[in-house]
Design a protein. Sequence first.
Length: 236
Amino acid sequence: MAEPALDLTQKPIYPTIEFEQFQGVGLSSQRTRDRLISRLMTLGVHDAEVLKVMRVVPRHLFVDEAMAGQSYEDTALPVGYGQTISQPWVVAIMTSWIRAGRPLHKVLDIGTGSGYQAAILSLLADQVFSVERIAPLQIRAQQVLKKLGLNNIEFDISDGHWGWQQKAPFDAILCAAAPDKLPESLLEQLNEGGRLVLPIGKEVQVLKGYEKTSTGVKESFLGEVMFVPLKTGVEV
Ligand code: SAH
């Protein structure tokens, strides 16, 4: 069945969340966000729920004010501490892949960073668990997410290589930093039918998807990407 066309004129789908006051003007206006959504659609993003959510989340609030004007370009941007907010197309592809058209209950977000990916997930899942190794980054992300009223997210400062054992199993795990090889503990923390997406590699990175089935793990190659490395240990 063909995906229904996305009606870009419709109001935000989450009326309980007062995003309108954060909409921004000029280069961070709704019109600018809509242009980004149109671009994602032409790049082959078809998950209408993901597009709707990305249409309403004010990405400009997750970057430094000086960069707000670039926040709806399809590029990664620096967020301090040598880290970046991922490129919108990459966020859309990863989120669509783990969603696989189904409602999500529990999701693990590895690498909170700016908190933008966590915001997108929080509107698509009942509960989001977000881990980060750089404490000041996560504190800033928490402040923005709180301001937006997104309160179904739990945070932890830890090394994402280990997932979040106490909160497992997850329907989906999304990791926004690249390990050299697949951390096996992440697969262990998935439900049956659960999906993991992450970049793997050093100079050359590939975006990989893993689906846990009753008989094993199905692996998908989703493209070549460029992410910051998944480092070891935490920085406080
Ligand atoms: N999802 C973020 C992307 C941030 S970039 C966003 O939407 O902005 C990746 C993040 O992963 C960085 O903040 C980096 O500090 C974090 N990171 C790197 N290695 C990590 C590890 N081992 N455990 C947890 N977070 C890690």
